[in-house]
Design a protein. Sequence first.
Length: 142
Amino acid sequence: MIWLTQLDWTLFFSALISSTLFPGGSEALLLYRLQDNANNPYLLVTMATLGNVLGSIITYYMGKYGFQFSHRWFHISAAKQQQAEHYFQTWGTPALLFAWLPIIGDPLCLVAGALRYNIYVFIALVSLGKLTRYTLITWAFL
């Protein structure tokens, strides 16, 4: 149980919040933590990635279960919904690798949930993209 105390929960929750619809800057905290704890970058990258992916999964489920309510509020026509589904089927799978990008990443996860995209493929692609981002940031810093 001692290993639990070594985990950076602040970084985890910062990354989680950053990948929901709320703004945040987990990259800056990761760089700060690397400066203080550069002897364990793998653990820091893991915590940031896990938090960020969990936040994306939360956003996915917000889209999956919240779409029925937003559909009533925003009056999205069936034609617009079909158009969004077509765009996502065409570009959505490779685009999920870029779910870490500011501005487009969170809505992309929300749309994936609203369109009921396969959760396992979603998690794999989003995890790969986010892990790559945090790894490159760490590599560039060290």
